[in-house]
Design a protein around this ligand. Structure first.
Ligand code: THU
Length: 136
């Protein structure tokens, strides 16, 4: 599974989005250390705050299935599912990534031209982690 394939799975996941309120469809594909991939989409709610992002859907599916080691996540999104640029994860999703991932965890943002990569250390520096807080 290379990053380009992971991006393709994120685009496919975007098609599963339930986003009748914002119209922004988001997809994610999370690569586990053992090669398993979990896809996620955003799922909105009439009451707004119960909305869950695509990245967290993917993480929670994977964690439920017993995965704890992750290598990379590809993310894409856009109004009505049309990609116009990178769709970086919100702060809450970055914090969820930090719960399970190290500094070198890779984030791939799908763009109309291809994808760009960043590390978790880049997108969430000075983070609060389970490792430092709970000595896990
Ligand atoms: N959204 C995600 O799925 N991931 C993010 O990291 C940012 C935001 C979703 C939530 C909401 O359904 C829509 O995008 C607009 O904010």
């Amino acid at each position: 599974m290379d990053l380009k394939e992971l991006c393709t799975l994120a685009v496919e996941a975007m098609g599963h989005a339930y986003a009748p309120y914002s119209g922004y469809k988001v997809g994610a594909a999370l690569l586990c250390a053992d090669g398993t991939v979990y896809q996620g989409c955003n799922i909105e709610n009439a009451s707004y705050t119960p909305t869950v992002c695509a990245e967290r859907t993917a993480f929670f599916k994977a964690v439920y299935d017993g995965h704890r080691d992750f290598t990379a996540i590809a993310v894409c999104g856009g109004k009505d599912g049309v990609l116009t640029g990178a769709f970086p994860p919100c702060g809450v999703c970055r914090q969820v990534m930090r719960e399970f991932c190290e500094d070198d965890f890779l984030l791939c943002f799908v763009t109309p031209e291809g994808y760009e990569t960043h590390t978790l250390a880049e997108v969430l520096p000075f983070s609060f982690s389970a490792k430092t807080h709970m000595q896990l």
